[in-house]
Design a protein around this ligand. Structure first.
Ligand code: PD2
Ligand code: ZN
Length: 282
């Protein structure tokens, strides 16, 4: 085959990137390619396209980090979460998302609601300018936080989640319980902290980024209240005892984890959310 018909394999493109990152000037890389038989025109075009694409992806995408998640190889219908068998109802790969059934018993849902009810107040969102918290029109629910290991029920659920998602319980934030009354909603947002916001470095000192969210449904409304994923054109019905889990390996919209809580149209919706961090959260 004439050298001008050579195609740039992934291995060659990686070699070009490695040379550039090792500090070799483009002329030196070009000379090496010429010496191994590449025609000048094709070598220059390949160099240019490889390095331009590499720089663009590097600038726009932060590096991926490990994330929590259930063991889905072999497409199981049930997962062993230690003290409970959990149903796998739906799986998406992009975004990385799983809908679970039977994660909590009806009694556990009722008990969490009863423990949380006397401690509710208007939900706050993280105030990204300063790293503090504020009341926000995008989130019209009432809520409270349990501390991690707050009581035996919370401890049991946290151990179950750790086993199900293969992520240390210490990396979890305290369980948050929210109540949505008719009309209440949570407008679409990402759960990771926006790296561009000035308050984010302060927030990240406690356990690093959020890398996963588990939303557990404690009480179903009569109508409305789905958890929506606009990029995936998906809505998850808030069925008591079920849960939706999604992970995000970089703090970036390319994870397609934009999600919201649709307005409750009738009845009350109660959820418990567990956010998982990269490292121990204290
Ligand atoms: O209640 C929901 O469906 C919902 C939607 C979006 C909850 C959260 N985000 C959350 O707790 O982060
Ligand atoms: Zn959210």
């Amino acid at each position: 085959m004439p050298q001008t018909a050579q195609t740039a394999t992934p291995a060659l493109r990686q070699w070009i990137i490695d040379q550039a990152e090792a500090g070799f000037a483009p002329d030196a890389v070009l000379a090496s390619m010429r010496a191994s038989g590449w025609s000048e025109d094709v070598a220059i075009a390949t160099l240019e396209s490889t390095l331009t694409t590499h720089l663009q992806t590097r600038q726009t995408l932060p590096a991926a980090v490990p994330v929590p998640g259930p063991a889905l190889h072999g497409d199981p219908l049930w997962l062993d979460a230690g003290d409970r068998q959990v149903q796998v109802l739906s799986v998406l790969r992009n975004p990385q998302l799983v809908v679970f059934g039977n994660l909590l018993s009806g009694d556990e849902c009722d008990a969490l609601v009863a423990l949380a009810a006397p401690r509710l107040s208007r939900s706050l969102t993280v105030e990204t300018q300063s790293g503090g918290e504020e009341v926000h029109v995008d989130r019209t629910s009432d809520g409270m936080f349990f501390t991690r290991g707050d009581n035996p029920l919370v401890q049991r659920i946290e151990a179950r989640i750790a086993r199900l998602l293969h992520w240390p319980a210490q990396n979890g934030e305290g369980l948050q319980v929210l109540r949505y009354q008719p009309g209440a909603q949570y407008k679409p947002h990402y759960d990771y902290f926006d790296p561009a916001e000035p308050g984010t470095p302060t927030i990240l000192k406690r356990g690093g980024q959020r890398v996963g969210t588990l939303i557990m449904y404690l009480k179903s409304p009569e109508q409305g209240g789905a958890t929506t994923f606009p990029d995936a054109h998906l809505q998850v019905a808030p069925q008591r005892g079920n849960a939706v889990f999604f992970s995000y390996d970089r703090a970036h919209p390319s994870t397609r984890t934009l999600h919201g809580g649709a307005p409750v149209l009738a009845g009350e919706k109660w959820i418990a959310t567990k956010w998982l961090r990269e490292r121990e959260f204290n």
